[in-house]
Design a protein. Structure first.
Length: 392
Protein backbone atom coordinates (compact mmCIF):
# COMPACT_ATOMS: atom_id res chain seq x y z
CA UNK A 1 0.00 0.00 0.00
CA UNK A 2 1.06 3.54 -0.64
CA UNK A 3 -0.30 4.48 2.78
CA UNK A 4 -3.48 3.91 4.74
CA UNK A 5 -4.54 7.50 4.11
CA UNK A 6 -5.09 6.43 0.52
CA UNK A 7 -8.30 4.78 1.65
CA UNK A 8 -7.60 1.12 1.27
CA UNK A 9 -5.64 -1.03 -1.10
CA UNK A 10 -5.99 0.33 -4.63
CA UNK A 11 -6.25 -1.93 -7.64
CA UNK A 12 -4.12 -1.49 -10.69
CA UNK A 13 -3.20 2.12 -11.59
CA UNK A 14 -5.51 5.55 -11.74
CA UNK A 15 -15.23 14.22 -10.20
CA UNK A 16 -18.01 18.80 -7.83
CA UNK A 17 -20.09 19.60 -11.20
CA UNK A 18 -22.94 17.33 -12.38
CA UNK A 19 -22.81 16.36 -16.06
CA UNK A 20 -25.60 15.90 -18.59
CA UNK A 21 -25.41 12.77 -20.72
CA UNK A 22 -24.95 14.62 -23.97
CA UNK A 23 -22.16 16.74 -22.51
CA UNK A 24 -20.22 13.72 -21.27
CA UNK A 25 -20.57 11.85 -24.55
CA UNK A 26 -19.10 14.84 -26.33
CA UNK A 27 -16.36 15.13 -23.71
CA UNK A 28 -15.23 11.55 -24.21
CA UNK A 29 -15.25 11.91 -27.98
CA UNK A 30 -13.22 15.09 -27.72
CA UNK A 31 -10.72 13.50 -25.34
CA UNK A 32 -10.19 10.54 -27.64
CA UNK A 33 -9.71 12.84 -30.63
CA UNK A 34 -7.22 15.04 -28.75
CA UNK A 35 -5.22 12.02 -27.66
CA UNK A 36 -5.13 10.62 -31.19
CA UNK A 37 -3.48 13.80 -32.51
CA UNK A 38 -0.22 14.05 -30.60
CA UNK A 39 0.79 17.70 -30.14
CA UNK A 40 4.14 19.00 -31.32
CA UNK A 41 4.89 21.51 -28.54
CA UNK A 42 3.40 21.62 -25.04
CA UNK A 43 3.77 23.98 -22.11
CA UNK A 44 3.97 22.26 -18.72
CA UNK A 45 2.29 24.74 -16.36
CA UNK A 46 2.12 24.35 -12.60
CA UNK A 47 3.95 24.64 -9.30
CA UNK A 48 7.12 23.13 -7.84
CA UNK A 49 6.15 19.61 -8.88
CA UNK A 50 6.10 20.75 -12.50
CA UNK A 51 9.33 22.69 -11.91
CA UNK A 52 10.99 19.47 -10.73
CA UNK A 53 11.71 20.10 -7.05
CA UNK A 54 13.01 16.93 -5.38
CA UNK A 55 14.41 15.42 -8.57
CA UNK A 56 17.80 13.75 -8.88
CA UNK A 57 20.32 16.60 -8.35
CA UNK A 58 22.55 15.10 -11.03
CA UNK A 59 19.95 15.84 -13.71
CA UNK A 60 20.63 18.97 -15.72
CA UNK A 61 16.93 19.40 -16.64
CA UNK A 62 14.67 18.33 -13.73
CA UNK A 63 11.03 17.37 -13.59
CA UNK A 64 8.68 15.44 -15.83
CA UNK A 65 8.83 17.74 -18.93
CA UNK A 66 12.27 16.62 -20.24
CA UNK A 67 11.36 12.99 -19.60
CA UNK A 68 8.10 13.48 -21.47
CA UNK A 69 10.06 14.69 -24.48
CA UNK A 70 11.97 11.42 -24.43
CA UNK A 71 8.78 9.34 -24.27
CA UNK A 72 6.83 11.11 -27.05
CA UNK A 73 8.81 11.26 -30.31
CA UNK A 74 9.10 14.75 -31.76
CA UNK A 75 7.47 16.47 -28.79
CA UNK A 76 8.92 19.68 -27.30
CA UNK A 77 7.87 20.48 -23.72
CA UNK A 78 8.58 23.91 -22.18
CA UNK A 79 8.75 23.79 -18.39
CA UNK A 80 6.89 26.73 -16.88
CA UNK A 81 6.55 25.46 -13.32
CA UNK A 82 6.92 27.98 -10.46
CA UNK A 83 7.60 26.79 -6.92
CA UNK A 84 4.92 27.38 -4.22
CA UNK A 85 2.49 28.81 -6.79
CA UNK A 86 -1.24 28.80 -6.13
CA UNK A 87 -3.90 28.93 -8.82
CA UNK A 88 -4.66 32.68 -8.34
CA UNK A 89 -1.00 33.37 -9.12
CA UNK A 90 -1.07 30.91 -11.99
CA UNK A 91 -4.06 32.68 -13.47
CA UNK A 92 -2.22 36.01 -13.18
CA UNK A 93 0.72 34.80 -15.28
CA UNK A 94 -0.97 32.45 -17.75
CA UNK A 95 -1.41 35.09 -20.48
CA UNK A 96 2.33 35.65 -20.75
CA UNK A 97 2.99 31.94 -21.02
CA UNK A 98 0.30 31.46 -23.65
CA UNK A 99 1.99 34.14 -25.76
CA UNK A 100 4.85 31.70 -26.27
CA UNK A 101 4.84 29.12 -29.11
CA UNK A 102 2.95 25.89 -28.51
CA UNK A 103 -0.16 23.89 -29.31
CA UNK A 104 -1.06 22.33 -25.94
CA UNK A 105 -1.15 23.19 -22.22
CA UNK A 106 -0.46 20.60 -19.50
CA UNK A 107 -2.12 22.07 -16.39
CA UNK A 108 -1.23 20.57 -13.00
CA UNK A 109 -1.83 22.92 -10.09
CA UNK A 110 -3.82 23.24 -6.88
CA UNK A 111 -1.98 21.42 -4.11
CA UNK A 112 -0.71 24.74 -2.68
CA UNK A 113 -4.30 26.02 -2.68
CA UNK A 114 -5.10 23.25 -0.17
CA UNK A 115 -2.14 24.24 1.99
CA UNK A 116 -3.17 27.93 1.95
CA UNK A 117 -6.87 27.33 2.63
CA UNK A 118 -8.12 28.47 -0.78
CA UNK A 119 -11.63 27.14 -1.39
CA UNK A 120 -12.04 24.30 -3.88
CA UNK A 121 -14.59 26.41 -5.75
CA UNK A 122 -11.96 29.10 -6.29
CA UNK A 123 -9.37 26.53 -7.35
CA UNK A 124 -11.74 24.98 -9.87
CA UNK A 125 -12.72 28.38 -11.26
CA UNK A 126 -9.07 29.30 -11.75
CA UNK A 127 -8.19 25.99 -13.38
CA UNK A 128 -11.18 26.26 -15.68
CA UNK A 129 -10.27 29.82 -16.63
CA UNK A 130 -6.66 28.96 -17.38
CA UNK A 131 -7.71 26.05 -19.59
CA UNK A 132 -10.29 28.24 -21.34
CA UNK A 133 -7.67 30.88 -22.07
CA UNK A 134 -5.44 28.18 -23.52
CA UNK A 135 -8.24 26.99 -25.79
CA UNK A 136 -8.93 30.58 -26.89
CA UNK A 137 -5.24 30.88 -27.76
CA UNK A 138 -5.49 27.83 -30.01
CA UNK A 139 -3.99 25.33 -27.57
CA UNK A 140 -5.39 21.98 -26.47
CA UNK A 141 -5.67 22.02 -22.66
CA UNK A 142 -5.16 18.93 -20.52
CA UNK A 143 -6.16 18.90 -16.87
CA UNK A 144 -4.01 16.84 -14.51
CA UNK A 145 -4.99 15.60 -11.07
CA UNK A 146 -2.65 16.11 -8.11
CA UNK A 147 -0.35 13.53 -6.59
CA UNK A 148 -0.94 12.18 -3.05
CA UNK A 149 0.26 14.31 -0.16
CA UNK A 150 2.70 12.96 2.43
CA UNK A 151 1.47 11.45 5.69
CA UNK A 152 3.40 14.18 7.50
CA UNK A 153 2.23 17.01 5.24
CA UNK A 154 1.51 20.15 7.22
CA UNK A 155 -2.00 20.34 5.83
CA UNK A 156 -4.38 17.55 4.74
CA UNK A 157 -1.98 14.68 5.51
CA UNK A 158 -4.78 12.15 5.03
CA UNK A 159 -5.62 13.48 1.58
CA UNK A 160 -9.29 14.13 2.36
CA UNK A 161 -9.33 17.57 0.69
CA UNK A 162 -6.95 16.35 -1.98
CA UNK A 163 -9.23 13.47 -2.94
CA UNK A 164 -12.25 15.78 -3.19
CA UNK A 165 -10.29 18.19 -5.40
CA UNK A 166 -9.06 15.34 -7.58
CA UNK A 167 -12.63 14.18 -8.18
CA UNK A 168 -13.68 17.74 -9.00
CA UNK A 169 -10.83 18.14 -11.51
CA UNK A 170 -11.96 14.94 -13.21
CA UNK A 171 -15.51 16.22 -13.45
CA UNK A 172 -14.31 19.55 -14.79
CA UNK A 173 -12.28 17.88 -17.53
CA UNK A 174 -15.24 15.75 -18.57
CA UNK A 175 -17.75 18.61 -18.49
CA UNK A 176 -15.55 20.84 -20.64
CA UNK A 177 -14.49 18.11 -23.06
CA UNK A 178 -10.82 18.36 -22.15
CA UNK A 179 -8.17 15.72 -21.87
CA UNK A 180 -7.43 14.30 -18.43
CA UNK A 181 -4.10 13.11 -17.01
CA UNK A 182 -4.61 11.23 -13.73
CA UNK A 183 -1.37 10.86 -11.72
CA UNK A 184 -3.35 10.63 -8.47
CA UNK A 185 -4.79 7.29 -9.48
CA UNK A 186 -1.54 5.95 -10.89
CA UNK A 187 0.56 7.04 -7.90
CA UNK A 188 -2.03 5.76 -5.41
CA UNK A 189 -1.66 2.23 -6.78
CA UNK A 190 2.08 1.98 -6.19
CA UNK A 191 3.33 -0.12 -3.27
CA UNK A 192 5.83 1.71 -1.03
CA UNK A 193 4.85 4.92 -2.82
CA UNK A 194 6.50 7.41 -0.48
CA UNK A 195 9.60 5.31 0.07
CA UNK A 196 10.37 4.64 -3.58
CA UNK A 197 8.85 7.52 -5.56
CA UNK A 198 9.11 10.60 -3.29
CA UNK A 199 11.95 12.94 -2.36
CA UNK A 200 13.42 11.84 0.96
CA UNK A 201 14.24 15.23 2.46
CA UNK A 202 12.58 15.79 5.83
CA UNK A 203 11.57 19.40 5.19
CA UNK A 204 8.87 18.90 2.58
CA UNK A 205 5.47 20.41 3.45
CA UNK A 206 3.51 18.64 0.67
CA UNK A 207 5.48 15.85 -1.02
CA UNK A 208 7.53 15.93 -4.21
CA UNK A 209 8.60 13.07 -6.47
CA UNK A 210 12.18 11.88 -6.63
CA UNK A 211 13.85 10.68 -9.85
CA UNK A 212 11.75 7.48 -10.20
CA UNK A 213 8.68 9.52 -9.22
CA UNK A 214 9.25 11.97 -12.05
CA UNK A 215 9.82 9.02 -14.39
CA UNK A 216 6.39 7.72 -13.39
CA UNK A 217 4.77 11.14 -13.70
CA UNK A 218 6.16 11.59 -17.20
CA UNK A 219 4.85 8.16 -18.20
CA UNK A 220 1.32 9.11 -17.07
CA UNK A 221 1.39 12.23 -19.26
CA UNK A 222 2.92 10.31 -22.17
CA UNK A 223 0.20 7.65 -22.13
CA UNK A 224 -2.50 10.31 -22.51
CA UNK A 225 -0.72 12.19 -25.29
CA UNK A 226 -0.07 8.93 -27.16
CA UNK A 227 -3.62 7.65 -26.68
CA UNK A 228 -2.63 4.71 -24.46
CA UNK A 229 -5.33 3.71 -21.94
CA UNK A 230 -3.53 2.72 -18.74
CA UNK A 231 -5.96 4.13 -16.16
CA UNK A 232 -9.07 2.35 -14.82
CA UNK A 233 -12.51 3.83 -14.32
CA UNK A 234 -12.21 6.42 -11.55
CA UNK A 235 -14.66 7.91 -9.02
CA UNK A 236 -15.88 11.34 -10.00
CA UNK A 237 -18.35 11.96 -7.16
CA UNK A 238 -18.74 10.63 -3.63
CA UNK A 239 -21.51 11.63 -1.23
CA UNK A 240 -21.14 11.60 1.71
CA UNK A 241 -17.53 12.60 1.16
CA UNK A 242 -14.68 10.64 2.65
CA UNK A 243 -14.06 11.82 6.19
CA UNK A 244 -17.54 13.30 6.64
CA UNK A 245 -19.02 13.22 10.15
CA UNK A 246 -22.48 13.69 11.65
CA UNK A 247 -24.03 12.02 8.59
CA UNK A 248 -27.76 11.21 9.04
CA UNK A 249 -28.54 7.52 9.52
CA UNK A 250 -30.96 7.64 6.59
CA UNK A 251 -28.47 9.26 4.21
CA UNK A 252 -28.49 8.43 0.51
CA UNK A 253 -25.13 7.39 -0.89
CA UNK A 254 -24.37 8.92 -4.30
CA UNK A 255 -21.43 7.72 -6.35
CA UNK A 256 -20.36 8.45 -9.92
CA UNK A 257 -17.61 6.70 -11.84
CA UNK A 258 -16.19 7.55 -15.27
CA UNK A 259 -13.69 5.96 -17.60
CA UNK A 260 -11.75 8.38 -19.82
CA UNK A 261 -10.21 5.75 -22.06
CA UNK A 262 -12.66 2.97 -22.89
CA UNK A 263 -15.99 1.41 -21.93
CA UNK A 264 -16.54 -0.01 -18.47
CA UNK A 265 -17.17 -3.75 -18.69
CA UNK A 266 -20.87 -4.43 -18.25
CA UNK A 267 -21.65 -5.99 -14.90
CA UNK A 268 -18.14 -5.46 -13.51
CA UNK A 269 -19.05 -2.58 -11.19
CA UNK A 270 -19.97 -3.42 -7.60
CA UNK A 271 -20.50 -0.76 -4.91
CA UNK A 272 -20.53 -2.01 -1.32
CA UNK A 273 -21.82 0.20 1.50
CA UNK A 274 -21.41 -0.92 5.11
CA UNK A 275 -20.76 -4.46 3.93
CA UNK A 276 -23.86 -4.72 1.73
CA UNK A 277 -23.82 -4.51 -2.09
CA UNK A 278 -25.83 -1.69 -3.63
CA UNK A 279 -28.13 -2.32 -6.61
CA UNK A 280 -26.60 -2.15 -10.08
CA UNK A 281 -25.73 1.37 -11.24
CA UNK A 282 -27.37 3.42 -13.96
CA UNK A 283 -25.13 3.15 -17.02
CA UNK A 284 -24.64 6.04 -19.44
CA UNK A 285 -25.47 5.40 -23.09
CA UNK A 286 -21.79 5.24 -24.08
CA UNK A 287 -20.89 2.78 -21.32
CA UNK A 288 -18.30 5.06 -19.72
CA UNK A 289 -20.21 6.63 -16.86
CA UNK A 290 -21.92 4.90 -13.94
CA UNK A 291 -24.20 6.43 -11.30
CA UNK A 292 -25.49 5.11 -8.01
CA UNK A 293 -28.09 6.73 -5.78
CA UNK A 294 -28.57 4.23 -2.98
CA UNK A 295 -30.44 4.48 0.29
CA UNK A 296 -29.63 1.44 2.41
CA UNK A 297 -32.74 -0.42 3.62
CA UNK A 298 -31.43 -0.44 7.21
CA UNK A 299 -30.41 2.83 8.95
CA UNK A 300 -26.67 3.38 8.96
CA UNK A 301 -24.69 3.50 12.18
CA UNK A 302 -21.16 3.92 13.46
CA UNK A 303 -18.41 4.23 10.85
CA UNK A 304 -19.49 3.33 7.32
CA UNK A 305 -17.00 2.04 4.76
CA UNK A 306 -17.66 2.27 1.01
CA UNK A 307 -15.78 0.15 -1.52
CA UNK A 308 -16.00 -0.01 -5.30
CA UNK A 309 -14.77 -2.42 -7.95
CA UNK A 310 -14.95 -2.06 -11.73
CA UNK A 311 -12.78 -2.57 -14.78
CA UNK A 312 -12.68 -1.41 -18.38
CA UNK A 313 -12.33 -3.16 -21.72
CA UNK A 314 -8.57 -2.68 -21.65
CA UNK A 315 -8.23 -4.60 -18.40
CA UNK A 316 -7.58 -1.60 -16.12
CA UNK A 317 -9.01 -2.45 -12.70
CA UNK A 318 -10.28 -0.14 -9.94
CA UNK A 319 -10.70 -2.10 -6.70
CA UNK A 320 -10.40 -0.11 -3.48
CA UNK A 321 -12.13 1.62 -0.64
CA UNK A 322 -13.76 4.87 -1.69
CA UNK A 323 -13.80 6.23 1.82
CA UNK A 324 -15.37 6.19 5.26
CA UNK A 325 -17.80 8.49 7.02
CA UNK A 326 -19.20 8.74 10.54
CA UNK A 327 -22.92 8.52 11.18
CA UNK A 328 -24.45 11.05 13.54
CA UNK A 329 -23.64 10.18 17.15
CA UNK A 330 -20.69 7.90 16.37
CA UNK A 331 -17.66 8.42 18.61
CA UNK A 332 -14.31 7.09 17.39
CA UNK A 333 -12.58 5.22 20.25
CA UNK A 334 -9.11 6.41 21.31
CA UNK A 335 -6.46 4.37 19.54
CA UNK A 336 -8.43 3.91 16.32
CA UNK A 337 -5.62 5.11 14.06
CA UNK A 338 -7.28 4.20 10.76
CA UNK A 339 -10.67 5.48 11.98
CA UNK A 340 -12.61 2.42 10.88
CA UNK A 341 -14.59 2.32 14.13
CA UNK A 342 -12.54 -0.33 15.96
CA UNK A 343 -9.15 -0.53 17.64
CA UNK A 344 -7.53 -3.59 16.10
CA UNK A 345 -4.23 -5.02 14.94
CA UNK A 346 -4.25 -2.85 11.84
CA UNK A 347 -4.07 0.22 14.08
CA UNK A 348 -1.14 -1.31 15.96
CA UNK A 349 0.69 -1.99 12.71
CA UNK A 350 0.19 1.56 11.49
CA UNK A 351 1.36 3.02 14.78
CA UNK A 352 4.36 0.69 14.71
CA UNK A 353 5.40 1.95 11.29
CA UNK A 354 5.49 5.52 12.64
CA UNK A 355 6.89 4.70 16.09
CA UNK A 356 9.70 7.01 17.14
CA UNK A 357 8.98 9.55 14.41
CA UNK A 358 8.55 13.25 15.08
CA UNK A 359 6.48 15.70 13.08
CA UNK A 360 9.37 16.54 10.73
CA UNK A 361 10.09 12.91 9.90
CA UNK A 362 8.95 11.26 6.69
CA UNK A 363 7.62 8.34 8.80
CA UNK A 364 5.44 10.57 10.98
CA UNK A 365 1.72 9.79 10.84
CA UNK A 366 -0.51 12.42 12.44
CA UNK A 367 -3.30 9.89 13.08
CA UNK A 368 -0.88 7.65 15.00
CA UNK A 369 0.15 10.58 17.22
CA UNK A 370 -2.82 9.89 19.46
CA UNK A 371 -1.97 12.47 22.12
CA UNK A 372 -1.03 15.18 19.61
CA UNK A 373 2.44 15.64 21.08
CA UNK A 374 4.24 15.80 17.74
CA UNK A 375 5.95 12.48 18.42
CA UNK A 376 4.70 8.92 17.95
CA UNK A 377 5.95 7.27 21.12
CA UNK A 378 5.15 5.05 24.09
CA UNK A 379 2.39 7.35 25.28
CA UNK A 380 0.52 6.75 22.03
CA UNK A 381 1.13 3.01 22.27
CA UNK A 382 -0.31 3.03 25.79
CA UNK A 383 -3.48 4.75 24.58
CA UNK A 384 -3.92 2.15 21.86
CA UNK A 385 -3.24 -0.76 24.20
CA UNK A 386 -5.72 0.52 26.80
CA UNK A 387 -8.45 0.64 24.19
CA UNK A 388 -7.57 -2.45 22.16
CA UNK A 389 -10.75 -4.17 21.01
CA UNK A 390 -12.98 -1.15 21.60
CA UNK A 391 -15.45 -0.14 18.91
CA UNK A 392 -18.04 2.49 18.07
Amino acid sequence: MAGSYLIGSPGRAPRALRLAVATLVGAIAFGASAAAQTPGRCTAFGDSITAGVGDDPEREAPGYPPRLEELVPGLVVDNRGVGAERTPEGLARIDGVLAEPGDCLLLMEGTNDISRGISPETTLFNLDRMASLAAEAGRTPYHATLIPRLLNARFDPNNVENQDLVQAIRRLAAERGRGLVDPFEVFSSRPRLFREYYYAGEEDPVGHPNGPGYDLLAAVFADVLLGTDSVPPVPTRLEPAHGASQVPADATVKVEMTDFGSDIVEGSAVLVVAGAPAPAPVVDDDGRRLQWSYKPPVPLSGVVTMTLRAWDLNGNVFNRQLGRFQVYGAVIPPGDVDRDGRVTGSDLVRLGLAFGAGASSRRYDADADLDGSGQVDGEDLAVLAANFGAGV
